[in-house]
Design a protein around this ligand. Structure first.
Ligand SMILES: [Zn+2]
Length: 538
């Protein structure tokens, strides 16, 4: 028999070794952030050492609480592997693994995940995840009697608690500021924070019993003459398009060359509900305002698409080239444009273009020609980190571009170039959408609305991508591109002067629900005139 690599260990020793390994190798982001707030000097040094001790104690405590003969190894292996990846993402993109981020990852399809895999990530996975996990797997653990194991556990738990209390007691001033004023610091503790977030995610997602969707606006009716010209409205949900990179908002690069030639009304001061697709999309279509919205409320209530459909006079359609509708189109027609089954404009490596969503849309309009129509197009837009994949070569106006998904390996300029080229492609897609509607301008009151789901960080202050908790997110992640376009007949229908007058005012995604009811003149209990961009008194 071959000898095992590591000598026999006790459960406690394995737990302590693991905790030590995690503190030393998987917490670069945590200590880096801590040192920014508490620089290493004489008065901080004791506190800084105690923080490492507390992190070690808390991690040991967590592991002890879930340890038993059959659970210890699998749990430690899982924690090592997940922590190696959390470590990678926190170091590379300064992301925070909170419950919303976990929801994002759960809802992200494989194509998006593959975008993210890089060599550096594989190295983290092997050296900080797989290798230590393998050693744990091979290690031989000696289990004592139940009584002895129990005693060891109690000693570990109390020992850990004593270390934490002692540290907090000795450095109470530091810890008060650490917990009260520097809340975000603890978000980068690895693994305590992701374990906590996973619990929160599970609790929010699964502990809610069967999902019963509450109907909304069943009384919805369109006001006015039934013989009126019908409305044809396209709503484009953008992806990760930050407002300050639109030349429409004064960006020095011409990123909206085609749109600036169209008669659009640009809204320069619009803010998102969340910092990720999974949070913003359900929130923007929901009747709830940002401060009252929650994931659970979102999935248990109907949204604007349902209310419009309740009128029985608005045909609704959702076409998606992003991930999915995030639960918005569960009760209305939905078409997946992410694959070449429906989308006829896809590259060889499987990237489907947003422009493909316009093809065959005539059929839907023909089928519903006697009705009003509300069509949502959910764009791939500026989905990161592989911005360079988001546009055909002829849109590569700004060079050199970052041609890897390892953003930290590129210069900020290269990232910005790729991102701006993707915006140029969105400009092209949106102007084509307007041209598409113009063909119907004689027969319909046409309009197009564009709004991004959230913004994007492009390396400012070392922050990349999106998804930071809202209160600590920079404007880059929440200040979004948004504008409106109206056909000639629709212009007679809306108060153009008013819209021109308010376009610079601050609006949020909270205004979407009520403004869509406003544009279709839908009467329902769910409507709040004050939040309607067209009718409220802003
Ligand atoms: Zn998004």
């Amino acid at each position: 028999m071959k000898e095992t690599i590591i000598k026999a260990l006790t459960q406690t020793k394995l737990i302590l070794f693991t905790a030590l390994f995690l503190v030393l190798f998987d917490n670069y982001a945590f200590f880096h952030n801590v040192l920014e707030v508490y620089p290493f000097n004489f008065s901080n040094s004791g506190f800084l050492i105690s923080l490492a001790v507390v992190l070690f104690a808390v991690t040991s405590l967590l592991l002890t609480l879930v340890s038993s003969k059959y659970t210890l190894k699998p749990i430690i292996i899982l924690i090592l592997i997940v922590s190696s990846m959390t470590n990678y993402f926190m170091n590379s993109y300064k992301v925070v693994i909170d419950d919303t981020m976990i929801r994002n990852m759960m809802q992200t399809d494989m194509a998006e995940t593959l975008d993210l895999i890089s060599i550096k990530q594989v190295l983290y996975f092997i050296f900080l995840g797989l290798l230590p996990a393998f050693l744990v797997y091979k290690s031989k653990i000696e289990y004592g009697s139940f009584k002895k194991e129990m005693f060891a556990k109690i000693v570990t738990v109390f020992g850990a608690l004593a270390l934490v209390l002692l540290s907090v007691f000795i450095f109470s001033k530091h810890y008060t500021s650490f917990f009260r004023e520097h809340k975000p610091l603890r978000y980068s503790t690895n693994p305590p924070y992701w374990i906590y977030s996973t619990g929160k995610y599970i609790n929010k997602t699964f502990n809610s019993g069967p999902i019963i969707v509450k109907p909304l606006g069943e009384d919805a009716k369109i006001e006015g003459d039934a013989n009126e010209t019908k409305k044809l409205v396209i709503f484009v949900v953008g992806e990760a398009a930050r407002a300050d990179h639109f030349s429409l908002n004064g960006y020095e690069r011409e990123t909206n060359p085609r749109l600036s030639k169209e008669d659009i009304i640009n809204f320069s001061n619009v803010f998102s509900c969340g910092t990720s697709t999974a949070e913003s999309v359900p929130c923007m279509f929901s009747p709830f305002e940002r401060d009252e919205y929650s994931y659970k409320k979102g999935i248990t209530h109907e949204n604007i698409l349902d209310v419009l459909a309740h009128t029985d006079d608005i045909a609704v359609l959702w076409r998606d080239n992003n991930s999915d509708s995030k639960g918005m189109a569960l009760r209305v027609p939905y078409e997946n444009y992410k694959s070449n089954k429906l989308n006829t404009i896809c590259t060889e490596d499987g990237e489907c273009r947003d422009i493909g969503m316009l093809i065959g849309l005539d059929d839907f309009i023909e089928k519903n020609k006697d009705k009003n129509m509300f069509i949502v197009l959910h764009q791939m837009g500026n989905h990161g980190p592989a911005y360079y994949k988001r546009y055909p070569k002829e849109f590569e106006k700004y060079t050199p571009v970052c041609e890897t998904n390892q953003l930290e390996e590129c210069t900020q300029e290269e990232i910005k170039n790729a991102y701006d080229n993707a915006l140029l492609y969105t400009d092209f897609f949106l102007s084509k959408t307007i041209s598409f509607l113009k063909q119907y301008d004689k027969d319909y009151k046409t309009a197009m609305f564009y709004m991004s789901d959230h913004g994007e960080s492009l390396g400012e202050g070392g922050v990349y991508l999106h998804g930071l908790p809202y209160f600590m997110a920079p404007d880059a992640q929440t200040h979004i591109g948004a504008f409106m376009w109206f056909g000639e007949q629709m212009k007679q229908d809306v108060n153009m002067e008013k819209i021109e007058a308010v376009k610079e005012q601050k609006f949020t995604q909270d205004n979407l629900f009520h403004s869509m009811l406003g544009i279709f003149k839908v009467k329902t209990e769910a409507y709040d005139k004050d939040l309607d961009v067209f009718n409220g008194k802003h």
